[in-house]
Design a protein around this ligand. Sequence first.
Ligand code: GSH
Length: 211
Amino acid sequence: MHALYYYPGNASLLPHMVLREIGAPFELRLVDRTKEAQKSAEYLRLNPNGRIPVLVDGDLVLFEAAAITLHLADRHPGSGIAPPPGTPERAHFYKWMVHLTNTPQAEYRAWFYPWEHVTDRAMADTVKQAAGERLHHMFGVIAGQLGKGPWLLGERFSAADLFLFMLVRWGREMPHPPRERPEIAAHASRVLKRPAVQATLDAEELKPPIF
Ligand SMILES: N[C@@H](CCC(=O)N[C@@H](CS)C(=O)NCC(=O)O)C(=O)O
């Protein structure tokens, strides 16, 4: 039995969608950000970074949404969320998972928390603006790679598509939202149609506009 520490719409959205795609039994545990519960002593014992999400799997405690997703792919090999290990498709799956977590996802930290990136808070707005411009460029590159898709790996759906969907959603209020790119909008619409994704959005009570 897995337990996922989450907050609606946060980076926990990825492992939450993954768990529902897999169909594995799991329990949701709300980390109440409105009360800064992610910085509580109890939560810091699970993730000393004070960030959401955390997955508990028996004795295993994991932070980092991408690592949790890769672990779930290993734990549920027949679930179809990742290609078989040792194949070129699996290599591309790793590429996308790592790229999405260390490039656009990291950039979103600067967009959502610009004050963490400056010593003079008056400069925070310029950090945010620059992050928005870099994200716009990054989604342009991803759109070019997506082409007709339908998925990031071509014909094969994978958890990387759920990751991209979460990141596209996060940008919905940027001056240039990722959905401006037709390939990205088409991809997000396809992901949105998946029953596991719908069930996740319902459970987190996330209302339109979704991306
Ligand atoms: N790289 C981490 C990022 C986690 C992260 O930044 N989570 C945000 C929510 S999306 C958070 O917990 N923010 C609250 C805070 O930093 O206090 C992951 O993917 O798990």
